[in-house]
Every structure is written in structure tokens, then in C-alpha cells.
Design a protein around this ligand. Structure first.
Ligand SMILES: Nc1ncnc2c1ncn2[C@@H]1O[C@H](COP(=O)(O)OP(=O)(O)O)[C@@H](O)[C@H]1O
Ligand SMILES: [Mg+2]
Length: 251
């Protein structure tokens, strides 16, 4: 039985509830380039955490490190998800352990319909949400189930990418810039859906350039600056703190 944390006392803020996802002193490299420079943070079960920071701050690298992708290389630190040591796993094992990464480029599989994209995610157990439940959450996908996934609009492709993550039995959803390139009314729609997903108990990390939108959705925020954490606290606090926003988020 793998049960290691609690390193929560060492995180940047006082913690009360035990962490569900813990990142402890993680360092990540691309070859010789030292990018994520020893970060520690916690995410509690059922909460939405906004991971923010300027372009190039290391947000995508952080998500990829947690998902155990081959690039970047994580050479130090621990990552625990619901008592499972992700830092000892390959990416496919981390996926089975419950990690659902929705990458920035969405990766809709060409030549497959909406439904086939979802069914492909459900081939390997443990299976997550049923097609029926996914179409309830995303009615647009239900209407377009026979349409080829790559012919969907940008917003619909983002919905499909999120639905595909939920089609597996995930414990944490990692979203890399889900609002990128989308019209405000589509962002509204996706935001509403992410609130529904949270109501069903999902734990989420959202990386967004549109920091205000992400902060309005999130419970907590972590701000990265050149690979280090410069803020860890409530989302409301960031919205209220003008100097913090100006310095690290340029908003
Ligand atoms: N595959 C890669 N190889 C080398 N350097 C990379 C690679 N991907 C990103 N970087 C560098 O790592 C830093 C952090 O990038 P990234 O994590 O993508 O930032 P963000 O997502 O916050 O914009 C940047 O300086 C970027 O140039
Ligand atoms: Mg990025």
C-alpha cells in the first residue's frame, strides 16, 4: 500500500484538509535547460486550482511533469495522487492511476467520429463516464456524435478533448489553456461545464492565459514565475491584489 504524504506543512500556505494531489520539490529539465525549479503545491479533492503565470513561466512543463510524459525529464521530487506515487510511474501508468491531461493542442484523432474518439478512450478499463453521461454534459457532442472529430469547431473540439479525458476513470483533470482561441460565448459554455464537472466531485488544475476567467472559476491559485512558485493562496486574493496581478500576470 502506497501512502506517503503529508508534506503539506511544507507547502506555502497553512493547510487543513489533507491533499489529494501533492507535488513536492519537483525539478524538471529539457536536456540542459532547467525549467521547473523545485516547486511544491497541493490540490485538495474536489477543488479547482488555477496554475497561472506569464508565457514561458513553466505551466505546461509542470503539467507534463505531473503526467509523467517523457519530455521534460523530472530528476527530483515526488508527485502523489490519492496515495499513489506518480513519480515512480510512466505516463501510461499515471493515466491508469487516474491522471487525465487535456493538452493544449487537444489531439483529436483524425478519421474518427466524435463517438469513436470517446469509445477509443473507453477501450482500456477502468472506464469512466458513460457516453450517455458525457452527452448529457456536452449536448453539442451528442448532436454531432457521427461527425468526424477534426471537423468540429474549436470550442467543440475542446469539449471533445475534455469528454475524452472523462471517458476514462480519472481522479484529476489537468487542462492546458482550454479557452485558447475561443469566442467568449464558447468560453462561457465550457466554464459552465467545468462547474458541473466540479459539482460531480472532480479535482481540476486549469492553466490559462485568460487569468481572470480562470480565477473566477477556481478556488485556489498558484502563480509560477520562471519555474518557481511566487504565490499560493485563494483565487479571490489574486483577483483583489492588483500589484500581484500586474507583476506576475500582466492583467
Ligand atoms: N520541448 C522543449 N525543449 C526545450 N525547452 C522547452 C521545451 N518546451 C518548453 N521549453 C521552455 O521551457 C520554458 C517553460 O515553457 P512552458 O512550460 O511551455 O511555459 P508556459 O506553459 O508557462 O508558457 C520556456 O522557456 C520554454 O522555452
Ligand atoms: Mg503553456
Amino acid at each position: 500500500m502506497n501512502v506517503r504524504p503529508d508534506f503539506s506543512k511544507n507547502a506555502n500556505q497553512a493547510e487543513t484538509a489533507p491533499a489529494f494531489l501533492s507535488v513536492w520539490d519537483m525539478h524538471s529539465y529539457y536536456g540542459e535547460s532547467y525549467i521547473v525549479q523545485g516547486i511544491s503545491f497541493n490540490v485538495h479533492e474536489g477543488e479547482i486550482l488555477a496554475l497561472l503565470g506569464r508565457n514561458g513561466a513553466g505551466k505546461t512543463t509542470t503539467l507534463r511533469s505531473i503526467a509523467r510524459l517523457d519530455d521534460p525529464q523530472v530528476n527530483h521530487g515526488e508527485i502523489w495522487l490519492d496515495h499513489q506515487p506518480l513519480h515512480t510511474m510512466k505516463s501510461h501508468q499515471a493515466a491508469i492511476a487516474g491522471l487525465g491531461l487535456v493538452p493544449e493542442d487537444r489531439r483529436i484523432i483524425p478519421g474518427l467520429t466524435v463517438e469513436e474518439n470517446l469509445q477509443l478512450a473507453q477501450i482500456a478499463p477502468p472506464i469512466g463516464w458513460s457516453l450517455e453521461r458525457l452527452y448529457d454534459l456536452f449536448p453539442r457532442l451528442g448532436e454531432r456524435r457521427k461527425q468526424e472529430g477534426t471537423t468540429l469547431s474549436g470550442g467543440e473540439q475542446q469539449m471533445l478533448a475534455i469528454a475524452r479525458a472523462l471517458a476514462r476513470d480519472i481522479k484529476v483533470l489537468l487542462l492546458d489553456e482550454p479557452y485558447e482561441g475561443l469566442a467568449p460565448v464558447i468560453v462561457d459554455e465550457i466554464e459552465k461545464t467545468l462547474r458541473h464537472i466540479k459539482e460531480q466531485g472532480m479535482t481540476t488544475i486549469i492553466v490559462e492565459q485568460n487569468a481572470v476567467r480562470a480565477l473566477q472559476l477556481a478556488d485556489r491559485a498558484v502563480i509560477l514565475d520562471t519555474g518557481s512558485i511566487v504565490f499560493d493562496g485563494s483565487a479571490a486574493e489574486v483577483l483583489e491584489n492588483e500589484s500581484l496581478r500586474a507583476e506576475y500576470l500582466a492583467i
